[in-house]
Design a protein. Structure first.
Length: 154
């Protein structure tokens, strides 16, 4: 998996729907610390963000990388592989809710030690910017590679 150079490279490939991991109603506020699924909206259903369908590359492992990140057709392909715990870095007001423009970190619950979702190494794919994996460090080398911004869909 990789990040894209542009916000919406192809048919909503960069758009993700947050789905409650606790069966909360559609549209219910998301709380920091909550378990979520991220469903990609590419062509209507690009699958769920999924960790553990392979190990990180050897280069990624040298910086704490744990698992490859892909999408899977269904939820939890293997050992909570599609469950992510969302942690809000900052929000206003500070009431525990995740909002648009907040910066978050995503922790994979895969086998109880899935790691933080991060960008790690430049991608060789056309139209892509960085490869994505999970990492044992919450902010490897203080470079904000595990920080993600919640934005409204375009």
């Amino acid at each position: 998996m990789s990040t894209a150079v542009v916000a919406n490279r192809d048919a909503a490939s960069s758009t993700w729907e947050i789905v409650s991991g606790s069966c909360a109603a559609i549209g219910a506020p998301v709380r920091s610390g909550e378990i979520i699924y991220l469903r990609n909206l590419y062509t209507g259903n690009g699958g769920y963000l999924d960790a553990g369908n392979g190990d990180a590359t050897s280069v990624q492992k040298s910086g704490g990388g744990l698992y490859e990140v892909t999408t899977a057709w269904g939820k939890d392909r293997d050992g909570n592989s599609s469950r992510w715990q969302i942690f809000d870095i900052t929000s206003a007001p500070q009431d525990g809710l995740v909002r648009f423009n907040d910066t978050v970190q995503l922790w994979s619950t895969y086998k109880d030690l899935g790691g933080f979702l991060e960008t790690n190494q430049a991608s060789t794919l056309t139209g892509a910017r960085n490869d994505v994996d999970t990492n044992s460090y919450s902010n490897r080398s203080n470079s904000n590679v595990t920080f993600w911004k919640i934005l409204p869909a375009v």
